[in-house]
Design a protein around this ligand. Sequence first.
Ligand SMILES: [Zn+2]
Length: 269
Amino acid sequence: MKTILVVLDRLSNQVAQHTMGYLHAECAQGNGHYYRLTCELPSLSRPLYGCILTGVTPVRSGIINNGVNRLSRERSVFHYARAAGLTTAAAYHWVSELYNRTPFVAARDRHTDAPELPIQYGHFYSNDSYPDSHLFEDAESLRLRHDPHFRLIHPMNIDDAGHKSSLSSPQYRNRARIADGLLSLWMPRWLAEGYQVIVTADHGMNDHRSHGGILPEETRVPRFVFGAAFSLQPDLLPQQTDLCGTLCELLGVPHDKPLCRGPLAELRG
Ligand SMILES: [Zn+2]
């Protein structure tokens, strides 16, 4: 099944719980479910992109801080999808550095149309204030042109607001509300067309405008799931390390990653 993963960078669970009115409304209608989970450590972006996309913890992968800008040595959901002949698309330059080419060279990599690479199609942006609204439009243009089986949509404006304002600030919380509004523009048509959609975050943040440690507000993140493939069972404890395997199961491609079977309806019972 075609699958979309939305990573809302730095969206702390408590803010997701309070601000994502559209996502919670879809859940209340029985179209999805909201889970919370504790991210792996350290609660930093690039290490956890690696964890989400490969199922391997930062200590094991060696992608242990944001400055490690080599290619990942782990197989990602992009690799499994490509090995099965599926089409992939993504955004954000650190993801290009992890799985396509590093260092990121904007003139070469900003607009990627390279069927031979793990991420075949992308509008890889590098400025964290690049408007989320444009990012969703970029992602939709990739969908119209390439019809990818797996698409990663990775907005950075919540993270950007978190750099400038604290966890409890209106600026940070309102950025989450804006992201929820953007999802309400695009997600209904994705669901109507039969996509499976997961919305999560890499890590949260604290009241010091940072993250990286073990505080609950830094490590608790949401995972919303939408689509017919999900069991919507309420009593599951998803892990960040099971997301790569779950994505591969949704895509129907062979993989060797950990998997939490409960979330998937077809595997129930
Ligand atoms: Zn991050």
